[in-house]
Every structure is written in structure tokens, then in C-alpha cells.
Design a protein around this ligand. Sequence first.
Ligand code: NZQ
Ligand code: ZN
Length: 395
Amino acid sequence: MRTFQYAGMPKVYFGKGALDTALSQELAKVGSNVLLAYGGGSIKRNGIYDAVMAQMKKAGKTVTEFTGIMANPTYAKVQEGARIVRENDIDFILAAGGGSVIDCCKIVSAQAKMDGDIWEAEFTAHRFPTEFIPMGAVTTVSGTGAEMNSGAVITNENTKQKNGMGGALSRFVVLDPTYTLTVPMGQAVSGAFDTLSHCMETYFGQPSETNVSDEINEAVMRNVIANTRAMIRNPKDVSIRSELMWDSSMAENGILKIGKTTDFQNHMLEHQLGAYTDCSHGQGLAVIHPAVYRHLAKDNTAKFVRFARKVWHLEDDGRTDEELALAGIRALADFIKEIGLPSTLTELKANLRPGSPDPTDKGLLRNIADSTITTAGCARKLTADEIYQILVECI
Ligand code: NZQ
Ligand code: ZN
């Protein structure tokens, strides 16, 4: 284990009915002007909006709405939110949605308290926010675990960067798995794969040797894999959704990262793929992961062998370590196909919005490779040329 500090996670209200329990206790502790933030309107169709508004009324709050937060939230949207917060003297922000809504609110919360531009502050002056409008989160689609941490992923459309930023940590989090029953299956599977990706990005970080965080991580990965398959078979089963919802939070609440330096190279690459194409985060990760790991397997063979044995239940069967390591990566690639996620950039292209840039265009791939942040976490640092090569292999 490396040295670490762990400051805990936000207070979690989990399970059916958690929203009413949470809001009836928490709203009394905040000021009267509340910003309710959400996306394109799914919360209006599935009853979450009405349930929130009933609690707001009971608590006597004045509610201002901040709506239309898009998947892969943009920096312009953050600025719109910060303006609304200032103009309406907002005391508290309630984010109701997935990673996109929650992330957008984390930065709105910080930007509203800051005089200068937060993008400039974080990426030019390397100055991070210390003051925030308090916020809470109601997670309506699981996978990112965004509710559990203060990091946010924001797309700057002008500079074509999708960057991790430092923002607010929620005071409390509502996790009601019944809310996720209305999420389209493709999105639910994509979210589950994002959780698996967070586990892997942590597992393949340093140190590589056996440690308690990685052993817990193996259990979470097995649970995600089993319950993703189970969810596809039984889409209406709430206990399966509750497993996946807590897996998602476990992957990002810091527990699996204790004593570790994480990798997140696949995320850095997917974020740039997303910045250029606006693809779904989980789908982009699905395309990239096996190819990245095929490039790194021989630099960290022992860990990939352990991954094959402990996560995919593979036996040696007379294989060399290197062959077993590659068999584990093949099992990952087979799982991606089995659950219906794209395995190539050509398949990803078919799922993009009409008019999106072509992710099989080699010029575009060169730009993505050249703008990807490289990490040293997994086995070795990749070069921009190798990242380009990986992307070409994904076509
Ligand atoms: O906008 P609405 O109408 O609400 O529809 C959303 C959206 O279209 C829909 N949805 C959400 N809850 C629903 C629902 N539809 C029906 N029923 C419900 N209960 O789902 C769609 C996708 O939502 P989104 O929030 O974009 O998905 P996700 O949670 O996967 O978030 C993706 C974003 O999070 C970032 C990603 O990069 C991406 O920008 N990430 C954030 C992380 C973090 N902060 O820790 C970590 C991740 O690695 C990730 O990078
Ligand atoms: Zn992710």
C-alpha cells in the first residue's frame, strides 16, 4: 500500500424511498433558494421531478430550474448555470440525473463563487476552487459514480478538450435503484461498463502486487460482470439494479483507490475521442480497453494473469503466462461483444448522432492521439504514436 489519506464519502441515502427520506431531512439544513438541475427531461417522464417538487414545497423552498444539461456537458453550459445561480441568489443546488448533470453542477457550484474563469484558473494558473455553493445529488442512471467524488468531466468545445476538473463534493447523495428502471438498456449497459472500466483503471494502477484494495476490486468487478448479464436477462429486477448502482459508487467512492496510484489511461483517451465525436462515454471505453491492454500486457504480465484468473475464472490449461494474460483480455473483449457494446470505431460510428465527425478518419485519430494526456499508472507510459496505432487498430 502507498501512503494515503481518506476523508470519507458523502452521506448516502440508498434504496426505494430514499429521495423522500433524504430531502425531508436535508432540505431543512439549507437556504430557501434552491436550484434544481436536470437534463433533457427524463425526470419529468418517470416521476422523479414531481417527487422532488413535492418535497421542495413541503420544505417551503423557492425553486429555480436549470435544464437541458446535455450528455458530455459543455463549458458553455457550466457558465449558463453559474449565471442562473448568481442571478437568483441560489443557496443550494440539487442535481438530478447521471454523470453529466452531476458533473455540470459540481463546476457550476464552484464557478458561481469565483470571480475569474474556472477553466483558466484550473488549467492555466493551476488554482483550484475552495468555495462552493452546497449541492446534493439524486442519481438517476448509474455507472459513472460521479455522485461520490468532486471530480467533473467537462467538454470545452472551443479548445476540443474533455478534461477532468476539480469541483464540489455533494453533501448527500440519493441512490434509489428503482429510478434506473426507465434508463434505456443500451445506456444502462454502457454505464455498467463504465463502472467496470473504473475498476480496471484502478486495479492496473500501482502498486501491482496483491493488496486489499485490489482484492475488494476483484469482487466488485465480478459483481459488475455477473449483474450486467443478469440485468440484460431481467431488465425489471430491482435487486440487480441495486447491485450495479452500488458497484458504480464503490468504484468511485475512493475505497478501491486506497493505497494505490490509479492509471486512467483509457479514460484519458476516451475523453479525447468524446471531445472530437461526442460519443457515449461507456461505448468509447468499450472500443478502446482491449486494444490498450493488448499493448500493455507484456509489460505487466503478472497482473494481467491475475486478472484472467480472478476476474474471468480462467485456468492455466497449459498456457504460458503471456498467453493467459492475453486470454484474460480476450475474455474482456468477448464480454463487450456479448453485452452489445461496440468493439470497433466503425461500430461506434453507427451509434453517433447524424453529422458527427467520422471516428474512423485517420486525420481525426491523429488529433485525438496528439491531444490525449498520457499517464504512467499501468505498466508504462504510452507515446502519442502508440496511441494513434491503438486507435487505428480499433477501426
Ligand atoms: O437528459 P435526460 O433526459 O435526463 O436523459 C439522460 C441522458 O440522455 C438519460 N437518463 C438519465 N437518467 C434516466 C435517463 N433516462 C431514463 N430514465 C432515467 N432514470 O441518460 C442519458 C445519459 O445521461 P448521462 O448523465 O450523460 O450519462 P452518464 O451517467 O453515463 O454520464 C456521462 C458523463 O459523465 C462523465 C462522462 O465523461 C460523461 O461526460 N464521467 C464522469 C465521471 C465522474 N465525475 O467521476 C467519471 C466517468 O469516468 C465519466 O468520465
Ligand atoms: Zn468513466
